[in-house]
Design a protein around this ligand. Sequence first.
Ligand SMILES: Cc1ncc(COP(=O)(O)O)c(C=O)c1O
Length: 387
Amino acid sequence: MIKAINIIGTTRRAATRGLSFTRVNDLLLGAGFPTPLLVLSRSGVRRNIEQLRRALPAAAIHYAIKANNHPVILEEIAKAGGCFDISSYQELRSAVEAGARAGEMIHSHPIKSPREIADAVGEGVTLFVIDNPSEIEKFIPYAGRVRLMIRFKVDGGSAVVNLSYKFGCSEDEIVPLGIRMRELGIDYHGLAFHVGSQCTKSEVYVKAIKTAARQIRILENLGFTTRLLDIGGGFPVEYTQAVPPIRKFCEPIRNALRRHIDPGIAIACEPGRYISATTTTLVASIIGKSTRSGKNWYFLDDGLYGSFSGRLYDHCQYQTLTNRNTTWKRSVLAGPTCDSFDVIYKDILLPPLDIGDVLLFPAMGAYCSVSASSFNCLRKAEYVVIE
Ligand SMILES: Cc1ncc(COP(=O)(O)O)c(C=O)c1O
Protein backbone atom coordinates (compact mmCIF):
# COMPACT_ATOMS: atom_id res chain seq x y z
CA MET A 1 0.00 0.00 0.00
CA ILE A 2 1.24 3.50 -0.68
CA LYS A 3 0.58 6.62 1.32
CA ALA A 4 -0.13 10.07 -0.02
CA ILE A 5 2.29 12.65 1.27
CA ASN A 6 1.29 15.92 2.79
CA ILE A 7 3.73 18.57 1.66
CA ILE A 8 2.73 21.57 3.76
CA GLY A 9 5.81 22.66 5.62
CA THR A 10 7.79 19.53 4.83
CA THR A 11 10.91 18.99 2.78
CA ARG A 12 8.85 16.84 0.43
CA ARG A 13 8.27 20.01 -1.54
CA ALA A 14 11.58 19.12 -3.18
CA ALA A 15 9.83 16.29 -5.02
CA THR A 16 8.00 18.77 -7.23
CA ARG A 17 11.13 20.90 -7.59
CA GLY A 18 9.54 23.84 -5.84
CA LEU A 19 6.10 23.58 -7.43
CA SER A 20 3.99 24.18 -4.32
CA PHE A 21 0.20 24.06 -4.08
CA THR A 22 0.20 27.84 -3.66
CA ARG A 23 2.19 28.26 -6.87
CA VAL A 24 -0.10 25.85 -8.72
CA ASN A 25 -3.14 27.77 -7.52
CA ASP A 26 -1.77 31.24 -8.17
CA LEU A 27 0.08 30.59 -11.38
CA LEU A 28 -1.97 27.97 -13.12
CA LEU A 29 -5.42 27.21 -11.79
CA GLY A 30 -6.07 30.84 -10.88
CA ALA A 31 -5.11 31.79 -14.44
CA GLY A 32 -7.73 29.42 -15.83
CA PHE A 33 -5.62 26.43 -16.85
CA PRO A 34 -7.89 23.39 -16.54
CA THR A 35 -6.70 20.15 -14.93
CA PRO A 36 -5.37 17.60 -15.68
CA LEU A 37 -2.24 19.56 -16.37
CA LEU A 38 1.35 18.44 -16.88
CA VAL A 39 3.70 21.14 -15.64
CA LEU A 40 7.04 20.83 -17.39
CA SER A 41 10.11 22.65 -16.13
CA ARG A 42 12.65 23.76 -18.74
CA SER A 43 15.35 24.26 -16.13
CA GLY A 44 14.62 20.73 -14.90
CA VAL A 45 15.67 19.35 -18.29
CA ARG A 46 18.93 21.32 -18.20
CA ARG A 47 19.62 20.31 -14.61
CA ASN A 48 19.15 16.60 -15.36
CA ILE A 49 21.46 16.69 -18.39
CA GLU A 50 24.09 18.52 -16.36
CA GLN A 51 23.87 16.07 -13.48
CA LEU A 52 24.19 13.04 -15.73
CA ARG A 53 27.08 14.64 -17.60
CA ARG A 54 28.92 15.20 -14.32
CA ALA A 55 28.15 11.66 -13.23
CA LEU A 56 29.32 10.09 -16.50
CA PRO A 57 31.74 12.53 -18.13
CA ALA A 58 33.06 9.91 -20.58
CA ALA A 59 29.67 9.28 -22.18
CA ALA A 60 27.95 11.30 -24.90
CA ILE A 61 24.28 11.70 -24.02
CA HIS A 62 21.80 10.49 -26.64
CA TYR A 63 18.40 11.26 -25.12
CA ALA A 64 15.88 8.44 -25.73
CA ILE A 65 12.98 10.37 -27.23
CA LYS A 66 10.52 7.56 -26.51
CA ALA A 67 10.40 8.61 -22.83
CA ASN A 68 8.91 12.00 -23.70
CA ASN A 69 8.97 13.72 -27.08
CA HIS A 70 7.75 17.12 -25.87
CA PRO A 71 9.36 19.75 -28.15
CA VAL A 72 10.62 21.78 -25.16
CA ILE A 73 12.54 18.78 -23.80
CA LEU A 74 14.08 18.09 -27.21
CA GLU A 75 14.91 21.77 -27.70
CA GLU A 76 16.67 22.05 -24.31
CA ILE A 77 18.68 18.92 -25.04
CA ALA A 78 19.70 20.12 -28.49
CA LYS A 79 20.66 23.54 -27.03
CA ALA A 80 22.76 21.82 -24.36
CA GLY A 81 24.66 19.95 -27.10
CA GLY A 82 22.99 16.61 -26.39
CA CYS A 83 22.26 14.07 -29.12
CA PHE A 84 19.33 11.72 -29.61
CA ASP A 85 18.44 8.06 -29.61
CA ILE A 86 15.55 7.42 -31.97
CA SER A 87 13.32 4.42 -32.51
CA SER A 88 11.10 5.67 -35.33
CA TYR A 89 10.99 8.09 -38.24
CA GLN A 90 8.59 10.36 -36.34
CA GLU A 91 11.06 10.60 -33.44
CA LEU A 92 13.77 11.44 -35.95
CA ARG A 93 11.66 14.25 -37.42
CA SER A 94 10.83 15.71 -34.00
CA ALA A 95 14.54 15.78 -33.08
CA VAL A 96 15.41 17.45 -36.39
CA GLU A 97 12.72 20.06 -35.74
CA ALA A 98 14.29 20.70 -32.33
CA GLY A 99 17.60 21.48 -34.05
CA ALA A 100 19.37 18.09 -33.98
CA ARG A 101 21.40 16.60 -36.83
CA ALA A 102 20.36 13.19 -38.17
CA GLY A 103 24.00 12.21 -38.69
CA GLU A 104 24.58 12.37 -34.92
CA MET A 105 21.61 10.18 -33.95
CA ILE A 106 21.58 6.51 -33.02
CA HIS A 107 18.66 4.53 -34.40
CA SER A 108 18.54 2.09 -31.51
CA HIS A 109 15.52 -0.03 -32.35
CA PRO A 110 16.87 -3.52 -33.09
CA ILE A 111 13.90 -4.36 -35.36
CA LYS A 112 13.02 -1.93 -38.13
CA SER A 113 10.86 -2.24 -41.22
CA PRO A 114 12.72 -1.83 -44.53
CA ARG A 115 10.67 1.34 -45.06
CA GLU A 116 11.77 2.71 -41.68
CA ILE A 117 15.43 2.12 -42.62
CA ALA A 118 15.02 3.75 -46.05
CA ASP A 119 13.39 6.83 -44.51
CA ALA A 120 16.02 7.17 -41.79
CA VAL A 121 18.94 6.75 -44.23
CA GLY A 122 17.21 9.24 -46.53
CA GLU A 123 17.27 11.81 -43.72
CA GLY A 124 20.96 11.21 -43.05
CA VAL A 125 21.00 8.66 -40.20
CA THR A 126 24.04 6.41 -40.51
CA LEU A 127 24.23 4.59 -37.17
CA PHE A 128 21.83 1.69 -36.46
CA VAL A 129 21.53 -1.12 -33.93
CA ILE A 130 20.86 -4.76 -34.84
CA ASP A 131 20.67 -7.99 -32.84
CA ASN A 132 20.08 -10.71 -35.44
CA PRO A 133 21.32 -11.79 -38.91
CA SER A 134 18.04 -11.09 -40.70
CA GLU A 135 18.21 -7.43 -39.62
CA ILE A 136 21.71 -7.11 -41.11
CA GLU A 137 20.40 -8.23 -44.53
CA LYS A 138 18.04 -5.23 -44.58
CA PHE A 139 21.11 -2.98 -44.78
CA ILE A 140 22.57 -4.56 -47.94
CA PRO A 141 21.27 -1.68 -50.14
CA TYR A 142 23.02 0.82 -47.85
CA ALA A 143 26.44 -0.88 -47.51
CA GLY A 144 29.14 1.79 -47.31
CA ARG A 145 26.61 4.38 -46.04
CA VAL A 146 25.68 2.90 -42.67
CA ARG A 147 27.44 1.57 -39.57
CA LEU A 148 25.95 -1.11 -37.36
CA MET A 149 26.11 -1.71 -33.61
CA ILE A 150 25.45 -5.16 -32.16
CA ARG A 151 23.12 -5.19 -29.14
CA PHE A 152 23.63 -8.00 -26.67
CA LYS A 153 21.32 -8.99 -23.84
CA VAL A 154 22.08 -8.53 -20.17
CA ASP A 155 20.53 -9.85 -17.00
CA GLY A 156 17.48 -7.57 -16.69
CA GLY A 157 16.51 -8.77 -13.21
CA SER A 158 17.54 -5.58 -11.42
CA ALA A 159 15.41 -3.27 -13.52
CA VAL A 160 11.73 -2.48 -13.18
CA VAL A 161 11.32 -2.88 -16.96
CA ASN A 162 13.31 -5.77 -18.44
CA LEU A 163 14.55 -4.86 -21.92
CA SER A 164 16.55 -8.03 -22.60
CA TYR A 165 13.57 -10.35 -23.01
CA LYS A 166 12.56 -9.00 -26.41
CA PHE A 167 15.91 -7.64 -27.61
CA GLY A 168 19.61 -8.43 -27.60
CA CYS A 169 21.65 -11.37 -28.90
CA SER A 170 23.48 -13.75 -26.59
CA GLU A 171 27.18 -13.21 -26.01
CA ASP A 172 28.20 -16.07 -28.31
CA GLU A 173 26.19 -14.62 -31.20
CA ILE A 174 28.17 -11.35 -31.27
CA VAL A 175 31.12 -12.59 -33.34
CA PRO A 176 28.96 -14.42 -35.94
CA LEU A 177 26.96 -11.20 -36.40
CA GLY A 178 30.18 -9.23 -36.97
CA ILE A 179 31.35 -11.83 -39.49
CA ARG A 180 28.02 -11.67 -41.33
CA MET A 181 28.40 -7.86 -41.63
CA ARG A 182 31.87 -8.31 -43.05
CA GLU A 183 30.62 -10.87 -45.61
CA LEU A 184 27.99 -8.36 -46.73
CA GLY A 185 30.39 -5.41 -46.85
CA ILE A 186 28.56 -3.55 -44.06
CA ASP A 187 30.57 -1.63 -41.43
CA TYR A 188 30.74 -2.94 -37.87
CA HIS A 189 30.81 0.06 -35.52
CA GLY A 190 30.48 -1.26 -31.98
CA LEU A 191 28.49 -2.88 -29.21
CA ALA A 192 25.36 -1.81 -27.34
CA PHE A 193 23.35 -3.02 -24.36
CA HIS A 194 20.46 -1.86 -22.22
CA VAL A 195 20.32 -2.99 -18.58
CA GLY A 196 16.54 -2.42 -18.43
CA SER A 197 14.67 0.68 -17.40
CA GLN A 198 14.72 2.05 -13.82
CA CYS A 199 17.70 -0.18 -13.04
CA THR A 200 18.61 0.22 -9.39
CA LYS A 201 21.88 -1.74 -9.39
CA SER A 202 24.91 -0.28 -11.09
CA GLU A 203 26.63 -3.71 -10.88
CA VAL A 204 24.48 -4.75 -13.86
CA TYR A 205 26.14 -2.07 -15.98
CA VAL A 206 29.55 -3.15 -14.68
CA LYS A 207 28.90 -6.78 -15.65
CA ALA A 208 27.73 -5.73 -19.12
CA ILE A 209 30.80 -3.49 -19.57
CA LYS A 210 33.03 -6.45 -18.72
CA THR A 211 31.17 -8.61 -21.26
CA ALA A 212 31.62 -5.87 -23.86
CA ALA A 213 35.35 -5.61 -23.06
CA ARG A 214 35.77 -9.37 -23.48
CA GLN A 215 33.95 -9.37 -26.82
CA ILE A 216 35.80 -6.28 -28.05
CA ARG A 217 39.10 -8.15 -27.52
CA ILE A 218 37.84 -11.23 -29.38
CA LEU A 219 36.54 -9.07 -32.24
CA GLU A 220 39.84 -7.20 -32.38
CA ASN A 221 41.74 -10.48 -32.82
CA LEU A 222 39.49 -11.15 -35.80
CA GLY A 223 40.29 -7.77 -37.35
CA PHE A 224 37.21 -5.80 -36.21
CA THR A 225 37.76 -2.31 -34.81
CA THR A 226 35.23 -1.25 -32.17
CA ARG A 227 34.64 2.49 -32.30
CA LEU A 228 31.69 2.93 -29.95
CA LEU A 229 30.27 1.27 -26.85
CA ASP A 230 26.67 2.28 -26.13
CA ILE A 231 25.72 1.57 -22.51
CA GLY A 232 22.03 2.38 -23.09
CA GLY A 233 19.63 3.97 -20.62
CA GLY A 234 18.15 2.59 -17.42
CA PHE A 235 19.41 5.24 -14.94
CA PRO A 236 16.95 5.32 -12.02
CA VAL A 237 14.93 8.18 -10.57
CA GLU A 238 13.17 8.46 -7.23
CA TYR A 239 9.46 7.63 -7.31
CA THR A 240 8.17 6.07 -4.10
CA GLN A 241 11.46 4.24 -3.46
CA ALA A 242 14.69 6.08 -2.68
CA VAL A 243 17.55 5.67 -5.17
CA PRO A 244 21.17 6.81 -4.76
CA PRO A 245 22.13 10.23 -6.16
CA ILE A 246 23.17 9.83 -9.80
CA ARG A 247 26.84 10.62 -9.22
CA LYS A 248 27.11 7.90 -6.58
CA PHE A 249 25.05 5.48 -8.69
CA CYS A 250 27.38 6.00 -11.66
CA GLU A 251 30.63 5.68 -9.72
CA PRO A 252 31.08 1.93 -10.38
CA ILE A 253 30.13 2.52 -14.04
CA ARG A 254 32.75 5.27 -14.40
CA ASN A 255 35.36 2.99 -12.84
CA ALA A 256 34.43 0.02 -15.02
CA LEU A 257 34.64 2.11 -18.20
CA ARG A 258 38.03 3.43 -17.17
CA ARG A 259 39.36 0.00 -16.21
CA HIS A 260 37.98 -2.17 -19.00
CA ILE A 261 37.39 -0.04 -22.10
CA ASP A 262 40.21 1.29 -24.24
CA PRO A 263 40.14 5.13 -24.12
CA GLY A 264 40.14 5.17 -27.94
CA ILE A 265 36.61 3.72 -27.94
CA ALA A 266 33.87 6.36 -27.69
CA ILE A 267 31.13 5.85 -25.10
CA ALA A 268 27.46 6.75 -25.54
CA CYS A 269 24.48 6.45 -23.21
CA GLU A 270 20.76 6.65 -24.00
CA PRO A 271 18.93 7.99 -20.94
CA GLY A 272 15.21 8.57 -21.32
CA ARG A 273 13.69 8.42 -17.85
CA TYR A 274 16.58 10.14 -16.05
CA ILE A 275 16.35 13.22 -18.28
CA SER A 276 12.57 13.61 -18.50
CA ALA A 277 10.84 12.04 -15.46
CA THR A 278 11.53 14.66 -12.80
CA THR A 279 10.93 17.58 -15.16
CA THR A 280 7.15 17.17 -14.98
CA THR A 281 4.48 17.23 -12.27
CA LEU A 282 0.90 16.21 -12.95
CA VAL A 283 -1.77 18.46 -11.44
CA ALA A 284 -5.10 16.63 -11.26
CA SER A 285 -8.44 17.25 -9.53
CA ILE A 286 -10.96 15.13 -7.69
CA ILE A 287 -14.13 14.99 -9.81
CA GLY A 288 -16.17 12.46 -7.83
CA LYS A 289 -16.28 10.57 -4.56
CA SER A 290 -18.13 7.73 -2.95
CA THR A 291 -17.93 5.28 -0.03
CA ARG A 292 -17.97 1.58 -0.87
CA SER A 293 -17.53 -1.28 1.60
CA GLY A 294 -16.14 1.14 4.18
CA LYS A 295 -13.52 2.56 1.84
CA ASN A 296 -13.38 6.07 0.42
CA TRP A 297 -13.36 6.09 -3.36
CA TYR A 298 -12.05 9.19 -5.14
CA PHE A 299 -12.29 9.76 -8.87
CA LEU A 300 -9.60 11.84 -10.49
CA ASP A 301 -9.72 13.67 -13.83
CA ASP A 302 -6.75 11.63 -15.12
CA GLY A 303 -6.28 7.87 -15.01
CA LEU A 304 -4.80 4.68 -16.44
CA TYR A 305 -6.00 5.53 -19.94
CA GLY A 306 -4.30 8.92 -19.63
CA SER A 307 -1.13 10.10 -17.90
CA PHE A 308 -1.20 7.15 -15.48
CA SER A 309 -0.67 4.74 -18.40
CA GLY A 310 2.82 4.45 -16.92
CA ARG A 311 1.25 2.47 -14.06
CA LEU A 312 0.62 -0.26 -16.65
CA TYR A 313 3.34 -0.06 -19.29
CA ASP A 314 6.10 1.31 -17.09
CA HIS A 315 5.14 -0.60 -13.90
CA CYS A 316 5.53 2.66 -12.05
CA GLN A 317 4.19 3.89 -8.73
CA TYR A 318 4.05 7.70 -8.47
CA GLN A 319 4.12 9.82 -5.34
CA THR A 320 0.80 11.45 -4.48
CA LEU A 321 0.96 14.84 -2.78
CA THR A 322 -1.91 16.56 -0.99
CA ASN A 323 -2.24 19.80 0.93
CA ARG A 324 -4.87 18.37 3.29
CA ASN A 325 -3.49 17.50 6.66
CA THR A 326 -5.98 15.45 8.59
CA THR A 327 -6.56 11.79 9.36
CA TRP A 328 -5.50 9.26 6.76
CA LYS A 329 -7.84 6.59 5.54
CA ARG A 330 -7.45 3.55 3.30
CA SER A 331 -8.87 4.71 0.01
CA VAL A 332 -9.18 3.93 -3.67
CA LEU A 333 -8.03 6.41 -6.32
CA ALA A 334 -9.72 5.83 -9.66
CA GLY A 335 -9.51 7.40 -13.11
CA PRO A 336 -12.28 9.25 -14.97
CA THR A 337 -13.27 6.71 -17.66
CA CYS A 338 -16.27 4.41 -17.54
CA ASP A 339 -14.04 1.31 -17.40
CA SER A 340 -13.81 -0.52 -14.04
CA PHE A 341 -10.22 -1.34 -14.88
CA ASP A 342 -9.35 2.36 -14.61
CA VAL A 343 -8.21 2.32 -10.98
CA ILE A 344 -4.89 4.04 -10.27
CA TYR A 345 -4.39 2.85 -6.68
CA LYS A 346 -6.62 0.22 -5.07
CA ASP A 347 -5.19 0.82 -1.62
CA ILE A 348 -3.79 4.23 -0.82
CA LEU A 349 -3.81 6.22 2.40
CA LEU A 350 -5.48 9.55 1.65
CA PRO A 351 -6.94 12.29 3.81
CA PRO A 352 -10.65 13.04 3.30
CA LEU A 353 -10.93 14.89 -0.01
CA ASP A 354 -13.60 17.01 -1.63
CA ILE A 355 -14.64 17.50 -5.20
CA GLY A 356 -12.35 20.11 -6.73
CA ASP A 357 -9.41 19.23 -4.47
CA VAL A 358 -6.12 19.16 -6.31
CA LEU A 359 -3.45 16.47 -6.00
CA LEU A 360 0.10 16.73 -7.32
CA PHE A 361 2.02 13.79 -8.77
CA PRO A 362 5.72 14.56 -9.25
CA ALA A 363 8.12 12.80 -11.62
CA MET A 364 5.52 12.06 -14.28
CA GLY A 365 7.62 13.22 -17.22
CA ALA A 366 8.71 9.80 -18.52
CA TYR A 367 6.58 7.11 -20.11
CA CYS A 368 3.32 8.83 -19.07
CA SER A 369 1.96 11.26 -21.66
CA VAL A 370 3.62 9.35 -24.53
CA SER A 371 1.47 6.30 -23.88
CA ALA A 372 -1.72 8.17 -22.86
CA SER A 373 -4.88 7.69 -24.91
CA SER A 374 -8.07 9.70 -25.24
CA PHE A 375 -10.37 6.75 -24.44
CA ASN A 376 -13.98 7.90 -23.85
CA CYS A 377 -12.96 10.91 -25.98
CA LEU A 378 -11.56 12.42 -22.81
CA ARG A 379 -9.07 15.20 -23.19
CA LYS A 380 -5.48 14.15 -22.46
CA ALA A 381 -3.63 16.22 -19.85
CA GLU A 382 -2.18 19.30 -21.51
CA TYR A 383 1.32 20.59 -20.92
CA VAL A 384 2.20 23.94 -19.52
CA VAL A 385 5.86 24.91 -19.58
CA ILE A 386 7.48 26.85 -16.75
CA GLU A 387 11.08 27.98 -16.40
C1 LIG B 1 17.08 1.12 -26.89
C2 LIG B 1 16.66 1.96 -25.74
N1 LIG B 1 17.48 2.97 -25.36
C3 LIG B 1 17.14 3.79 -24.34
C4 LIG B 1 15.96 3.61 -23.65
C5 LIG B 1 15.65 4.55 -22.52
O1 LIG B 1 15.74 3.88 -21.32
P1 LIG B 1 15.52 4.63 -19.94
O2 LIG B 1 14.31 5.45 -20.06
O3 LIG B 1 15.43 3.54 -18.96
O4 LIG B 1 16.74 5.47 -19.70
C6 LIG B 1 15.09 2.56 -24.00
C7 LIG B 1 13.85 2.34 -23.25
O5 LIG B 1 13.00 1.56 -23.61
C8 LIG B 1 15.46 1.71 -25.08
O6 LIG B 1 14.66 0.72 -25.48
